[in-house]
Design a protein around this ligand. Structure first.
Ligand code: IPM
Ligand code: MG
Length: 359
């Protein structure tokens, strides 16, 4: 059966990088991938066209799609919108919530060719392979009550950090299963020395552990986890954590690999429907210049093939093509080094496509 893919280029560098990833997707179609691709508006682009960051039309297309490929949303032109519900980020959070995409997989893998591009010493990051499993539809991002209101003559801002047992359990299971397929070590990150929501988090993880006797479960406070990620990152295999801690730790982990421009992500619901996006943002400072790194988005297509479309062979082919291009010494500006050749976004796309065809 033909599956539907929705491409949401979004804002900033989003359209440039999704254009390259779409070419790879088309090459997969030419090799028999049975998908139908359409485009939609999300974020600031959608706000400008329809006054909403997540128009009904986009939501309906998203619900009908097996998988969504997203560029990035946001930019300074929308940061001054006082109504927070109109901000581009709300469009992204809306898709995650409406589709129930609670399981966010953020792999931080250091390509051997890029070990020198990391801000850490190459020996600390060579061979790094961490999978961060971030809960994506709960926690303080969505907790009620929330707001800014007047109390005792001054304004007060407040949010609620809330997790139910069932929410913790379902992300816990995703993480245990993931660890099972990897090095069988799972580190759950919380702040159980201070926050009740994460005391419960730790309890639920402990309760699940006997069902996965082959996986070694450990716990770490989030402040220590941040430190350990930059001190000795290779100690981690799979990390599971809540929405906000996962947001922060995944940016830190991304940088270990040389550039946040390399990191793909998958956000999945229980039926395997997913949204795939690079971990980096819309990078308004370099938008429109044709210099952004499209590899995280191209690698997001590989994750889409693996997790939503059951096409692991094509996924490996894409990953192999990216490795080959890096071997050839081609780099976008963010990962450039002394003895490499700096190329544009489109040239990087050309090179990956050529390597994909040649493999
Ligand atoms: C991410 C981003 C988003 C988040 C923003 C754009 C809302 O930082 O995907 O990590 O905080 O989840
Ligand atoms: Mg983030």
């Amino acid at each position: 059966m033909t599956q539907k893919i929705l491409v949401l280029p979004g804002d900033g560098i989003g359209p440039e990088i999704t254009a390259q990833a779409s070419r790879i997707l088309a090459a997969c179609q030419a090799r028999g991938l049975d998908v139908e691709v359409e485009e939609g508006l999300l974020g600031g682009a959608a706000y400008d066209a329809h006054g909403e960051p997540l128009p009904v039309e986009t939501l309906e297309k998203a619900q009908a799609a097996r998988a969504i490929l997203l560029g990035a949303v946001g930019g300074p032109e929308w940061d001054r919108l006082e109504d927070l519900t109109k901000r581009p980020e709300k469009g992204l959070l809306g898709v995650r919530k409406q589709l129930g995409l609670f399981g966010n997989l953020r792999p931080a893998i250091t390509y051997p060719q890029l070990a020198a591009a990391s801000s850490l010493k190459p020996e600390l990051v060579a061979g790094l392979d961490i999978m961060i499993v971030r809960e994506l539809t709960g926690g303080i991002y969505f907790g009620q009550p929330r707001g800014i209101e007047e109390r005792n003559g001054e304004r007060v801002g407040f949010n609620t950090y809330v997790y139910s047992e069932s929410e913790i359990e379902r992300i816990g299971r995703v993480a245990f299963e993931m660890a099972r397929k990897r090095d069988k070590r799972l580190c759950s990150v919380d702040k159980a020395n201070v926050l009740e929501a994460t005391i419960l988090w730790r309890e639920v993880m402990e309760r699940l552990a006997p069902e996965y006797p082959d996986v070694e479960l450990s716990h770490m406070y989030v402040d220590n986890a941040a430190m350990q990620l930059v001190r000795a990152p290779k100690q981690f295999d799979v990390v599971v954590t809540g929405n906000m801690f996962g947001d922060i730790l995944s940016d830190a982990a991304a940088m270990l690999t040389g550039s946040i421009g390399m990191l793909p992500s998958a956000s999945l619901n229980e039926s395997g429907q997913g949204m795939y996006e690079p971990c980096h943002g819309s990078a308004p400072d370099i938008a429109g210049q044709g210099i952004a790194n499209p590899l995280a988005t191209i690698l997001s297509v590989a994750m889409m093939l693996r997790y939503s479309l059951d096409a692991p062979v094509l996924a490996e082919r894409i990953e192999g093509a990216v490795g080959k291009v890096l071997d050839e010494g081609l780099r976008t500006a963010d990962i450039a080094a002394e003895d490499t050749r700096t190329v544009s976004t489109a040239e990087m796309g050309d090179a990956v496509l050529a390597a994909f065809e040649a493999l």
